[in-house]
Design a protein around this ligand. Structure first.
Ligand SMILES: Nc1nc2c(ncn2[C@@H]2O[C@H](COP(=O)(O)OP(=O)(O)O)[C@@H](O)[C@H]2O)c(=O)[nH]1
Ligand SMILES: [Mg+2]
Length: 324
């Protein structure tokens, strides 16, 4: 990467990384394109930015199409996670047990016909879960892939007691991959520009009823690709571990800001991607603070209020005092 990227560009990039809505992403990308130094060394980056912008505009358009076929869920909280899976695998039950939402749950398929959001608390962080209708060979709501593509991550919910296993899971994976929303364990190194791969955890439900040999088959098939979590909505087994795994997978850190001379505000942490710095936090708190910031003090780990540089990488639970 060329060394001469401007602070404006980096700030826009930071905003892009932490953006949650299409609009935030688009305006950040536009600013990145406007502020990237225009010379030979950045030609590839410029082309890449233009491509990403075109894709985002296209997606934004199709989401808010006049025909009313698109359905979206406004992102809230630190991240938006979709629940995807075959019919009757237990998606709605999982939403109900992890959030305060009250989705319809039944032992017959296609009970869920619209996206249903709910807020899951992981410690002091809010994470939005969105329950979706099933994906099956005969059924895929036309708006569903678009919604999946716009999410930050996915839980691929699998019922180990299903008689269709593993075909029903494969159908979900194949249909979403065909719709450019592949469910991946790790983001691959080179991504087809039309694809929007979703970091995915596999949630094996109904642990209270599942036979060990069925779970073993799933482990053999998918264990090298996804982090697998076994849960039961009936006994609540595995639910805490699932929350922790979700938080880890999101690769986020939460930090608490503290005005100089005042107590730390623990009520609402700022949530930023891993690797983001004090400067990124300042940008998030306020544009002006970012511009005027002299230094910061950090509490956390071995630090007890020492000064740190702008490029100090924040760690989960750090307390940060920004000095302008
Ligand atoms: N025993 C047991 N049954 C479950 C569990 N999770 C879901 N179910 C049942 O599985 C059926 C389908 O659940 P639902 O949440 O509607 O699945 P969805 O179609 O994927 O949303 C319902 O009868 C649920 O009561 C679980 O952890 N244990
Ligand atoms: Mg359902």
């Amino acid at each position: 990467m060329p060394a001469n990227l401007t602070p404006q560009y980096r700030a826009a990039e930071a905003r892009f990384k932490s953006a949650h809505t299409f609009e935030e992403r688009r305006t950040a990308l536009e600013e990145m394109l406007a502020t990237i130094p225009k010379h030979k060394g950045t030609e590839k980056m410029q082309a890449d930015l233009k491509r990403r912008l075109a894709r985002l505009r296209h997606e934004e358009e199709s989401r808010t199409s006049r025909h009313g076929h698109t359905i979206k869920v406004d992102p809230e909280g630190a991240a938006q996670i979709v629940l995807v899976g075959p019919p009757n695998c237990g998606k709605s039950s999982l939403l109900a047990v992890l959030t305060h939402a009250e989705p319809a749950i039944a032992e017959y398929p296609f009970t869920t016909t619209r996206p249903q959001p709910g807020m899951m608390m992981f410690e002091d962080v809010q994470i939005q879960l969105v329950d979706l209708p099933p994906v099956a060979a005969q059924h895929l709501d036309p708006w569903l892939p678009g919604l999946v593509r716009g999410a930050d991550a996915a839980l691929l919910v699998v019922d180990p007691t299903s008689s269709e296993l593993p075909e029903d899971v494969e159908v979900v994976r194949e249909r979403l991959a065909a719709a450019h929303a592949p469910l991946v364990g790790e983001i691959p190194g080179n991504v087809d520009p039309r694809d929007n791969p979703l970091p995915t955890l596999m949630v094996i439900t109904k642990a209270d009823r599942a036979r060990d040999e069925d779970v073993k088959v799933l482990e053999e098939l998918y264990g090298s690709q996804y982090v697998l979590l076994r849960v039961s909505v009936a006994t609540h087994a595995g639910l805490e571990a699932l929350k922790v795994a979700v938080w880890r997978r999101l690769q986020l850190v939460r930090v608490y800001s503290k005005p100089p001379g005042k107590p730390v505000d623990r009520s609402a942490p700022f949530v930023l991607p891993v690797g983001h710095t004090v400067a990124d936090l300042a940008e998030r708190v306020h544009r002006e603070i970012a511009e005027k910031m002299h230094f910061a003090r950090v509490w956390g780990g071995k630090l007890e209020g020492q000064r740190v540089a702008r490029d100090f990488e924040l760690r989960d639970r750090d307390v940060v005092e920004l000095h302008v």
